[in-house]
Design a protein. Structure first.
Lengths: 443, 443
């Protein structure tokens, strides 16, 4: 194997090249830094790049490999973290003026897991303030520099979509991992609620917050899932013909625009043509108000998250977050309880409703990324699955009418993360027009 | 008001004395430090006392008061934190050799709330390693120095029970706040799940972990609840005669020993004699296995919490925690899901079952504290309420056959923290033989 441009490699490809001696960790990092230098002045995904620390670690890992020691399947692979996820010794501001100059002393749980597998934390990525509301990221969409990359994990989607790094981490409370994936043309995974430690990540809503990750292949998503202890290293090969998929437009189908329905329909048709069973099965009527329940829980539980900041640094807190902390949202303890119980009912109802299917196939986002940076887009096709605690994998599935990427989501069952990776691995070659090729953004 | 021995004051009494000029924050702190110096060599509640930092803060707060500025109702009141709760700039080891020398840069959310109300973080209290399992605390029971203070919040219960500090914080995943309260003869409150930020506290099981606090009166519990945004500053006065209490022995009544049933029965009889309605209403049959569900969730969700430590510092991790992280507990993703759904059902069933009652009255612990430090006691009368996400207030209710304290618990409804404080305020003068007096431990 010869490697001409390391930034085009997926993590799995880079790991294979390092294993066969055709690439070193230093080569890979050097290639990625060159890509960041060339592109990030325009894309603005990064808040901090730890060049010296990462290079020292790459040399250390190359020396270990030369001595026959390989830490794990991500040995020598650079990763990047949304700035709400702590890396020991790196700035960690949550993109908030309340935390200027903050340098945490601990790795977040997910960072520790990746280090144990040999990954190199390279730096921190821009985010909506606190992964919630407030100061917006400066990141733009690498496919069109005048457009949003989505949010709140804006830098995480853009950095992987623009080939700055093969793997990045984000967080999702509503749609903050999956929407940037759709807009930036990347793969992404949000696992089942609770199965990956959230320690060391800024919290927002306890029953929603989930760590997620971006990559450019299902195989790379699995590498991270395996290093996180929620999937086997090797998946179980599925044929496309064995897949039983429920196509679901959700109660919010009227929000789809810009060819999102075309992309989803083509994905379903391609799966059918390849032999999969695809049946339209909508959610039951009890799911009609699910996005309202999510909003009540997010704002109701969010009060606890933002009250300490309100009472200590309130003058610096965004007015919407102040409103959440001050219970100015119209949410009461009793409406929060009702929404929490409704959500528990829906989680159980989902299981029965889709029994016999391998996954639900649905929109990745409402459409292409919006122009401008004032809005990071609409999370209505992502939030309901977060509320339901379900694992979700985003797969690039085509372009919208103006040529920007649009993804689809495969949704599994709670604690069925490993099985969902198998489904996505079988479906991706059929669904993703760029499968197996590095898509280099034209923006 | 004249103050002869400041350590005997509750926080509310000390605040009143500071307001009327008969006490300063420096006086109060000096008195508490003298008590700590006299007693802690034997009681061993503290891992770290920040004498200089607390004294500087006490002087600052006295100066502010002299200038007419009062931060809040805890202005000048020292508090102490279980060592799994971070205080910026203080050691925070979780009593684990994995974190020797760790000094976090952020206050935990609950610490920030107390600082905003004027409290002075004085130091860190001993705990079972990670508030979970592993290295045991050295803390003993202040009422008998050969006996356990309970756990995992051992130092938190002992420090308040022994008059070292009027308020302390702990965490509860099973029974880690309420059991030490019963053993050490203190009041304590575990609020509804999710209403107080857990940010900056070591996490164990996402759907169980709850911040709780210790004090020596219901009024002080309310001071903390109000500063935490979950209760009004002034409660609603209730007469004892207006209370409607359900007496519940739980499915684990056969575990009660050492006079625990006598203490509970006397509390119920005293309430009845004072005019309250007390009816025996047991949990429905569907609650029979509730402690097993709690155990499955604690260990199942705990896997995510301890996997990063296993994979980075596994050789230093207690074997039981290794077992949890390695899924050696027999728990599977599917049994975890089933337990999570069962718990959701039980939370909803509880509401209907006890509708019309103000609170449930039940055991505080299985009995008196055990001899020795090898076990911190049995959490079977505490864990079920944690699983149910219910607010709980512990009230001292008498002594067991050997003269050690035994408490009872009042259990409210989810998000009914404020109402439960009203119930406990009305019931405490009837239930607690030491009500209104400082009990000075004889150990």
């Amino acid at each position: 194997m010869t490697v001409s441009d390391p930034c085009r490699l997926t993590a799995g490809e880079a790991a294979a090249a390092m294993a066969d001696g055709s690439l070193t960790a230093v080569d890979l990092l050097t290639g990625l830094l060159a890509r960041i230098d060339a592109r990030d002045p325009a894309v603005r995904a990064w808040l901090h790049v730890d060049r010296a620390g990462a290079m020292a670690e790459a040399k250390r890992l190359d020396a270990e490999r030369a001595a026959g020691k390989v830490r794990g399947p991500l040995h020598g692979i650079p990763i990047a973290l949304k700035d709400v996820i702590d890396v020991a010794g790196m700035p960690g501001t949550h993109n908030s003026p309340l935390h200027d100059g903050r340098v945490p002393v601990d790795d977040a749980g997910c960072v520790a897991l990746m280090r144990a597998a040999g990954a190199i934390p390279l730096g921190k990525l821009d985010t909506v303030e606190f992964a919630a509301l407030g100061r917006l990221p400066k990141t733009v969409n690498p496919h069109r520099l005048t457009h949003t990359a989505g949010g709140s994990s804006s830098g995480s989607g853009a950095a992987v979509g623009d080939l700055h790094v093969p793997i990045s981490f984000g967080t999702q409370t509503g749609g903050s991992v999956m929407r940037p994936a759709s807009y930036c043309g990347t793969y992404a995974m949000k696992p089942t609620w609770g199965v990956v430690s959230r320690e060391g990540a800024k919290l927002f809503a306890a029953s929603l917050d989930t760590i997620g990750w971006y990559a450019r292949s299902v195989e790379d998503l699995r590498l991270v899932a395996a290093a996180s202890g929620i999937a086997e290293q090797a998946g179980t090969a599925r044929t496309v013909a064995s897949l039983r998929i429920a196509l679901c437009l959700t109660p919010y189908a009227d929000k789809a625009r810009d060819g999102a329905l075309d992309v989803l329909t083509r994905a379903a048709e391609a799966l059918t043509a390849a032999g999969a069973t695809v049946e339209r099965v909508e959610l039951p009527a009890s799911f009609a108000e699910i996005d309202d329940a999510k909003d009540t829980i997010m704002r109701g539980e969010g009060r606890a998250a933002f009250l300490p900041a309100l009472l200590t640094r309130g003058e610096d807190l965004h007015d919407t977050l102040r409103g959440i902390a001050e219970y100015r949202t119209g949410i009461t303890p009793m409406s929060l309880k009702a929404a929490q119980d409704h959500a528990a009912h829906l989680r159980m109802a989902y299981e029965g409703h889709y029994r016999g299917f391998d996954a639900v196939l649905t929109f990745g986002a409402t459409g292409e990324a919006d122009a401008g940076l004032e809005s990071t887009g609409n999370s209505v096709f992502n939030s309901l699955w977060t509320l339901l605690h379900l694992p979700v994998i985003g797969v690039p599935a085509g372009d919208g009418p103006t040529g920007l990427p649009i993804g689809v989501q495969f949704v599994g069952f709670r604690h069925g993360d490993d099985a969902l990776l198998d489904v996505a691995a079988a479906a991706a070659p059929v669904v993703d027009p760029w499968h197996g090729k590095a898509r280099v953004p034209a923006g």
